[in-house]
Design a protein around this ligand. Structure first.
Ligand SMILES: Nc1ncnc2c1ncn2[C@@H]1O[C@H](COP(=O)(O)OP(=O)(O)OP(=O)(O)O)[C@@H](O)[C@H]1O
Length: 238
């Protein structure tokens, strides 16, 4: 797997009166799972949308392997992204959906069965997506993101809709992906979800990066991630 870091520098975005992201800078490194944590409305989704070239920034840069997303020569072979579980046509089967995306990305059709097996949706592949549970849709979205065998995964709230077994499965999958040299950036507003699954933490609060670094450094002085999170956000916004 290529070593492909994510680098965000001075990124800002305003929606009218709302400063959604303010001068945000952080990195997500190869071989590590980086959690992007912040309360509702902190600016996580907006930052990820800018990173993936879906929203234009007002200032700053967001690079993947040294280039902005829109300049990547092989986007789906570089980054797999899951921003929400929607987007799959309910009347299509999982197989039809994956085949269409494989064709779009120029990936071999053999990848369809491979990513279905990896994400555990093999037995549902020939069912229509309208009958999929939320967790199955999440897995299908992840399978779609994996079609190009990317070295970077960007996931917005990936545990939403997963049952406890699904959450453990996802955590192990991402650990393994990183252990093979991949870069993982995943957002969450649920502290406990991240506590056992990440190496590095980027904490965002009201558009600003309040803290970033190894998780161990963050929680050293606090009994739990939650206590450290609350202490840190109160420090920034007394
Ligand atoms: N298209 C938009 N138009 C106007 N305001 C927006 C838009 N998108 C986001 N915002 C605002 O920008 C801020 C950051 O939103 P964002 O969705 O990035 O936060 P988030 O951290 O992902 O939140 P959540 O955890 O609730 O998903 C919020 O105040 C939100 O209301």
């Amino acid at each position: 797997m290529n070593s492909t870091a994510i680098e965000v520098a001075g990124l800002s975005k305003r929606f009218g009166d709302v400063a959604a992201v303010r001068d945000a800078s952080f990195r997500a490194e190869p071989g590590r799972v980086t959690g992007f944590l912040g309360p509702n409305g902190a600016g996580k989704s907006t930052t990820l949308a800018m990173l993936l070239g879906l929203t234009r920034s007002d200032a700053g840069t967001a690079r993947i392997g040294g280039a902005p997303y829109r300049e990547l020569s092989d986007p789906s072979g570089t980054v797999g992204a899951v921003l929400d579980a929607a987007g799959a046509h309910p009347a299509m089967t999982g197989r039809g959906h994956l085949r269409a995306y494989a064709a779009l990305g120029g990936h071999p059709l053999a990848r369809v069965d491979e990513v279905a097996a990896t994400t555990g949706i093999g037995e549902y592949l020939d069912r229509r997506i309208r009958g999929y549970s939320t967790g199955m849709r999440r897995r299908l979205a992840l399978a779609t993101a994996l079609l190009g065998d990317p070295s970077v995964l960007v996931l917005d709230e990936p545990s939403n809709g997963l049952d406890p077994a699904g959450i453990v499965w996802l955590r192990e999958f991402l650990r393994d992906f990183a252990a093979r040299g991949g870069t993982v950036l995943l957002s969450s507003h649920v502290l406990t979800e991240l506590q056992h699954g990440i190496d590095d933490l980027v904490l965002i609060d009201r558009g600003r990066v309040a803290w970033s670094g190894p998780l161990a450094d963050f929680t050293d002085s606090a009994s739990s991630l939650e206590a450290a999170f609350l202490a840190r956000t109160m420090e920034v916004h007394p």
